[in-house]
Design a protein around this ligand. Structure first.
Ligand SMILES: Nc1nc(=O)c2c([nH]1)NC[C@@H]1CN(c3ccc(C(=O)N[C@@H](CCC(=O)O)C(=O)O)cc3)C=[N+]21
Ligand SMILES: [Mg+2]
Length: 284
């Protein structure tokens, strides 16, 4: 199986092409979708993602502002910036890049973002709506993975989806979205005993462990679809996933690479969510 790579970059460009058309329609009605990205401190990885996000905005004709704040900013000051953006009519989506410095309570900052502008889908109101299947902003990474599966014609109903990772922004919502499409879902995590037993049963395996190349072919059932959410640096400082791609590719029926898999989809879905937030202002 050599031609089994899922091209996330290509699928992301198909998604953003559709977003671009929606942006044009909005502009005809006098609305330019606007995204504010708030970056606290100077984590170089965060800076790369944030730059990718603002560049994509510009390419799609959207308005974007980047707010860069000092590492030692207080929570109160950060909350004031969020409040200003909540009240800014030119801004339809607000993203506060995580992680935040340790003096700041992330939950409090997320809760301060207006649910109408919560394009990350991290606000408790968005998460609650997602859980009960109501329309809302969906967390961009799991939302992007659902699109990848759809565009790659992966059947979900009745399949066993195994997720390794239980973060609020990837693992947990991933399981819910797959469940909504009638998968049988198993969550695994760092305390799971005998991980192989579970992963070997997966028809769809989503890997978000945060540990470089941890999952090799020995964890994977022949013909499984493997989705790699990881972004790590290997011993040569090269970008790599949580999956050992060369090993896993030999047994998987379809597999996402890193880079060029889930990452570009995350950004594409952020653009789609921002566009939706702008459209919602015309309806309400
Ligand atoms: N509030 C918030 N929302 C996020 O959505 C969010 C966040 N915080 N904190 C960090 C993570 C990570 N994340 C990525 C987005 C794009 C790529 C991406 O574009 N990756 C490219 C390569 C990037 C590179 O070259 O380094 C790829 O995989 O092909 C990666 C990671 C969004 N996150
Ligand atoms: Mg913190």
């Amino acid at each position: 199986m050599s031609n089994n790579k899922i091209d996330g970059k290509q699928i992301a460009s198909q998604v953003t092409e559709k977003v671009q058309e929606r942006v044009e329609r909005l502009k005809e009605q006098g609305v330019t979708p606007g995204l504010a990205v708030v970056l606290v401190g100077n984590n170089p990885a965060s800076q790369t993602y944030v730059n990718n996000k603002t560049k994509t905005c510009e390419r799609l004709g959207m308005h974007s502002v980047m707010i860069e704040l000092e590492e030692n900013i207080t929570e109160q000051e950060l909350l004031k910036h969020v409040e200003t953006l909540n009240n800014d009519k030119k801004i339809h989506g607000i993203l506060v890049q995580l992680p935040l410095p340790k003096q700041i309570d992330e939950d409090r900052v997320i809760a301060a973002i207006s649910p109408l502008k919560d394009v990350d889908g991290f606000h408790p109101e968005s998460v609650g709506k997602m859980m009960i299947g109501q329309p809302t902003f969906l967390s961009c990474t799991p939302f992007g993975i659902m699109k990848l599966l759809e565009y790659s014609d992966v059947e979900i109903a009745g399949k066993h989806a195994v997720i390794i990772g239980r973060s609020n922004i990837v693992g947990k919502p991933m399981g819910q979205l797959l469940l909504q499409k009638d998968a049988t879902v198993t969550y695994c995590h760092s305390k799971t005993k005998d991980l192989h037993t579970f992963t070997k049963q997966a028809d769809i395996l989503v890997v978000a462990t945060g540990r470089a190349k941890m999952i090799d072919a020995s964890f994977i059932k022949e013909g499984a679809v493997v989705i790699d959410v990881g972004i790590n640096r290997d011993e040569h400082n090269k970008l790599c996933g949580d999956v050992d791609f060369a090993s896993a590719q030999a047994v998987a029926s379809k597999i996402t690479p890193v880079p060029g898999g889930v990452g570009p989809m995350t950004i594409a879905m952020l653009m789609e969510n921002t566009c939706l937030a702008a459209e919602n202002t015309l309806i309400n």
